[in-house]
Design a protein around this ligand. Sequence first.
Ligand SMILES: *[C@@H]1O[C@H](CO)[C@@H](O)[C@H](O)[C@H]1NC(C)=O
Ligand SMILES: *[C@@H]1O[C@H](CO)[C@@H](O)[C@H](O)[C@H]1NC(C)=O
Ligand SMILES: *[C@@H]1O[C@H](CO)[C@@H](O)[C@H](O)[C@H]1NC(C)=O
Length: 633
Amino acid sequence: MRYAALFALLTIVSASDPTAVDNVRNKFYAVEKELWLNVTNPEWSLAGLGGDVEVTKAFVAFDEQIQTVPTPPRIPLETWLWAKTMEKLRIIEGYYKNFITFAKRQAQPGAVPAPVREWLDLAQEMTDHKSPLIQAEKKINDLLEYGDIFRGYLQEQNTDLCELQLSQHQLIYDMYNTISLTEIKGYAMMQFSWMLLRIYGKGNYTQEASLTRRRYGERTTKTAAAARSALAMARRDMYRCDPSEHKRGETYEEVTRLLQGYIENEVDMNPDNTCKENCAYYTVAENHGCFKDQFCAKQTKCKGRIIDCNYIDSDMFICQAGRDSHRRYEWIEYENGRTMGQPGVCTRGVTQVESWWRWLFWHCSYCMCLCDEAGPDSHRYFSLWETTSDVKNNKVVTGLRLVKYGRVFHLQISEGVLGERGSITPGSWVPIQKFDISDHGIRDGIDYHTLTYERRAIDLDELDSPLGHILTGVRFRMIGAHLHFEIRSTPFNYTTGRLAPERSQWISNDNTEGAEIPRSRLSLHKPDIPTRSKTPLRVDSKHDQYLEFTHSDFEADAAQSTVPFIDIQPLEPMKGAALLSGAGIIHRGARDSGGFVAAKLFTYDYSRHVRAEQPPNYALGETENIVLPSNNF
Ligand SMILES: *[C@@H]1O[C@H](CO)[C@@H](O)[C@H](O)[C@H]1NC(C)=O
Ligand SMILES: *[C@@H]1O[C@H](CO)[C@@H](O)[C@H](O)[C@H]1NC(C)=O
Ligand SMILES: *[C@@H]1O[C@H](CO)[C@@H](O)[C@H](O)[C@H]1NC(C)=O
């Protein structure tokens, strides 16, 4: 049993192939070994044209391998530690650029070989322990060892995740790659130098080379371990924060006229035009006419259900909203001083509205109710069509956003082509499959969901793919009365980047209200419209919650808007080049704000691929443990 478990563990470990950068390092070790065997082989140096040119050619060929590794993106970090690291990395990169330019010139067919002096200068400069190259490598080593760059970032970072447009995990992974890739170049130059010095008979140098190799091996193992442990702690989710300015149609959209504050006189809410009841009697009613062309003649009547009426005060001033607004009223001021919305100037002119008595004992009161009217002016529909990447052409999801087209909300994805070891060639946003609910053959409950008083909950779930799977689709589905979010996961071969589309699966958190531990409800406290919030709206939802779309607060907004609003800012880490494994629907909000419903993404967990292997141990005839002139590299 124990052996079986151990075996399973080993299989998982060995199945995770190294990252592109770790892989290129392994490849270099192989080339290096072969070269040293050649360089120290007397027959080889006799047979060849000139060892220097042969070795140079091998390094130029290896540079092509390095170039196939996708360049890590610029790290959006402004810490001292990272700035220092970058400064040193740039020194190494500078050396490498000169080195490879020189090497390429030499490796060209028919090139006039540079004089030996030039080669030697290069090699001696690069192996001199006072050279900026070696100093830079030393400094990076210190920074890694004493600063623990990766974990340090996690501990000191106090910027909100959303400002990065990346997950912490992705950021640490990019840092690791940036450092490792440059260090491979530094190491390659060192080995090149030892080989050259050897070829020109300046000494034996196999021990220097082997020491350089051993120390490099130790350092890379440590760096990889530090990165892995930081990756294990880092968060993989990412989402957007508040934009600098809220713009309808650009950063947010709204569900409109779902449950909207609506003023109606009792007399128009019953078929007999009586005023025998009071406002509270009308929990569900409808409009039955317009008695004597009072205020009812001045406003658009509610053609749906009139719900939850309340008496506030007899007389009031109403500022009606512009005709193309989705609001009915800008604000209301009651005679008793109570206000709803934010009273101020009123472009359409204030309307005075007064209740009246009928036969002294029946008060025909104006009530404050909610109108639930699914008409052409109400945007309350969500597409239930799935949105998937083109897996047949090996495309995966690289971005996600919510969009509104016409009256209907959709999930939109961007897609890119998956390549080897998690690399992605960014593509573009996949056009949404647009429709209107009035289109022929489009069915409620199948093609789209209509929010209503009874069915206005949305599940807030954060979903991730199982090991070895990647995000290839998203959709909304109905579970009971809840609009429910799901992701599609597809297995893939990390090494080759091939998807296995036939084994795709939809993943969801099917927890319902009837379950043993039901979903918890996220309630909104006196929600004003979120664009007016003075505090930043942070994520306040958790996995396995739900919320109900509702009207904005009566006091704050006369219940004219539907909250939460919908955040439509696109989420696309690394401009579509990041590998994603999960997604979710979250809420960003605060007390007294309706907040936003928004999307989030999870970047792929790279931790099991980050692995620096020990360099191969080979003897070139020399005895070990000889004390060498001190040079840490
Ligand atoms: C080593 O020498 C052999 C024989 O000359 C050659 O075929 C091989 O390519 C050399 N290896 C490298 C890495 O250049
Ligand atoms: C991935 O593909 C490579 C090359 O075809 C194969 O050798 C390897 O076994 C595959 N890995 C998995 C986990 O299937
Ligand atoms: C290199 O030096 C060591 C001793 O330091 C010696 O054993 C070995 O033979 C030398 N190698 C060559 C190829 O000369």
